[in-house]
Design a protein around this ligand. Structure first.
Ligand code: NAP
Length: 517
């Protein structure tokens, strides 16, 4: 029997007595560990987090909590090799792809440690300037933001077990709100290990950080009126969360990050072989292959001027051909596996759905696997498709294949290109590739209302830009419509979700005495 991972709830590590759900190595097919949340007293655990963890966190200033985040960074950093081993085994990722998750997590935590320090020794945040309520300036209204008096429940997706935890936990803990994380079962091991390391080091007060691995049953029922839930995953599960009585009846605050049909757009001024064209080709290939395309921000649709469809198809396909796929332990392998055989089936189904209206440009099935058995491993080569008429296409704009798959499509004019991007009905990110600053700015402004982020790649930032799919803690993550309507990160903006705004109407001397920064 493999190890049954412990859950940490109610301020203690808890062993449950269920059989456990096994987690697998998606390349070798071997069982790694098991998880089980059956029999946990969730009500009691959530109450402990609220009352004990929340009270202890709120007794600290922002600067003190920022110091806890900095201590967590110091603790996690030297354990990188152990986290990398878990990622290789459980997510099937090559070292570079595991680093996107693990180093991205530690970097984000470090960023919030620094930002939090700038908030100083305050207990609340002042929101704007005081406003007079009448003729006499003595009586005024000051808005303040105070940490939520509840817990933050995170229900996370399988693709970022490290970053998905810390990009949410950093702003929550900095705000003074205790965290309960429920990682996706398939890859829960890395999340559990990082929480274990931080909890056992006693960096945060008891009850500040909990982890529940296994079934999600009962988690939403345990939420009360001042709690918040932040969900990352599929649109179908998002709909279940949104319609739960915790949200509809108890006004639990909810943030949703769901599916997204992100785009890359080559501007009309680009020409085959010029800098912008090459930058698009490189970025599309990178986005298709990093983490085998299992990134919520990955490029799914590539729009190019109609007369460049063939050149773009050939250039991208030529690079994809050279991508080695297979066992991430083999150093010649550039792209590891998907997270599970179930995910592999979902990707095959998605490709079949797209192929009802698209032609194959590069077939992932042509990649022989390195050091991996195709009958066992959840590996698939990168697949590029092409649609000649994106106006009549439906699946192109609706089907998110969560794997190394993208579809090229031609456009006639800039207006047409922007309209095609909008057919995704709200995305996390669109990237633009061109050299004309005015045209790029106009396109970015035109897209901003329907995208969480517009990533503009011009030749002057060729070696500086941070990548279409990389989520930086200084920039917003989240998108409207299909993408879930959520907002995360964006520097200190992220703290808004974990604070409640109130107006305090009082004499100026009272307002001046508020413990607010
Ligand atoms: P999923 O099946 O929706 O699962 C997400 C999480 O929800 C998991 O922790 C899952 O637990 C849990 N869950 C399942 N049923 C639930 C229920 N009835 N009540 C409460 N929680 C429940 O999604 P996934 O397959 O892990 O992730 C892939 C999807 O996530 C993709 O579509 C991708 O677009 C999206 N995604 C979006 C972002 C973003 O930031 N926008 C980031 C990453 C992924 P179990 O694992 O135990 O079932």
């Amino acid at each position: 029997m493999t190890e049954l991972l412990l859950n940490h709830l109610g301020g203690r590590w808890q062993r449950v007595h269920g059989p456990g759900t096994p987690l697998f190595d998606p390349v070798l097919g071997t069982e790694l560990v098991r998880v089980d949340a059956g029999g946990l007293d969730l009500k009691q655990g959530f109450a402990h987090a609220r009352q004990v963890g929340g009270a202890a966190l709120r007794a600290c200033t922002y600067r003190q909590r920022a110091a806890m985040l900095a201590a967590a960074v110091k603790l996690l950093q030297p354990n990188r090799a152990a986290y990398d081993e878990i990622a290789t085994a459980n997510s099937g990722t090559v070292k570079n792809d595991s680093a996107v998750d693990i180093d991205g997590a530690i970097f984000t935590l470090g960023h919030y440690a620094k930002l939090g320090d700038t908030l100083g020794d305050a207990m609340l945040l002042r929101d704007g300037e005081p406003a007079r309520l009448g003729k006499d300036p003595l009586f005024q209204s000051q808005h303040v933001s105070s940490p939520l008096r509840g817990v933050a429940l995170f229900i996370n997706a399988f693709n970022f077990p490290a970053w998905g935890l810390w990009e949410k936990a950093a702003p929550a803990l900095l705000s003074g709100v205790p965290v309960i994380v429920k990682p996706a079962t398939a890859t829960a091991w890395l999340t559990q290990r990082m929480v274990r390391d931080v909890v056992d080091a006693g960096i945060f007060p008891p009850g500040a950080l909990s982890v529940v691995c296994g079934s999600s049953a009962g988690l939403m029922d345990a939420l009360e009126c001042f709690d918040a839930v932040s969900f990352t995953g599929s649109a179908d599960t998002a709909a279940i969360i949104r319609s739960h009585p915790a949200v509809t009846r108890r006004s639990v605050r909810v943030n949703i990050e769901a599916d997204s049909l992100n785009s890359a757009l080559l501007m009309p001024d680009a020409k085959p072989g010029d800098a912008a064209f090459d930058l698009l080709v490189r970025e599309v290939v990178r986005e298709m292959t990093v983490k085998s395309g299992q990134k919520c921000t990955a490029i799914r649709r590539v729009f190019v001027p109609a007369d460049m469809l063939d050149a773009a198809s050939e250039a991208i396909a030529a690079k994809l051909k050279g991508v080695t796929v297979g066992n991430p332990r083999n150093e010649t392998v550039r792209m590891g596996s998907l997270v599970s055989r179930a995910q592999l089936s979902a990707v095959h189904e998605g490709i079949a759905a797209l192929r009802e209206e698209a032609q194959l440009v590069h077939d992932g099935a042509t990649h022989a696997l390195v050091d991996a058995d195709a009958a066992i491993a959840a590996c698939i080569g990168p697949t590029l498709l092409r649609v000649r008429d994106p106006d009549s296409a439906i699946r192109l704009h609706e089907v998110e294949v969560f794997g190394p798959v993208a579809t090229l499509a031609p456009y006639r004019s800039m207006d047409h290109a922007l309209a095609l991007v909008q057919r995704g009905e709200g995305s996390l990110v669109t990237s633009l590739y061109g050299s004309d600053a005015a045209a790029l700015a106009a396109a970015a402004a035109g897209l901003a209302a329907t995208q969480g982020r517009v990533h503009v790649v011009s030749p002057d930032v060729a070696t500086l830009h941070t990548g279409h799919g990389n989520v930086m803690p200084m920039s917003l993550h989240g998108g409207p419509g299909r993408a879930g309507g959520g907002e995360e990160l964006g520097g200190l903006r992220a703290l808004g979700f974990y604070h409640r705004r109130a107006a305090i109407q009082a004499s100026q001397s009272v307002l001046a005495a508020l413990p607010a920064g």
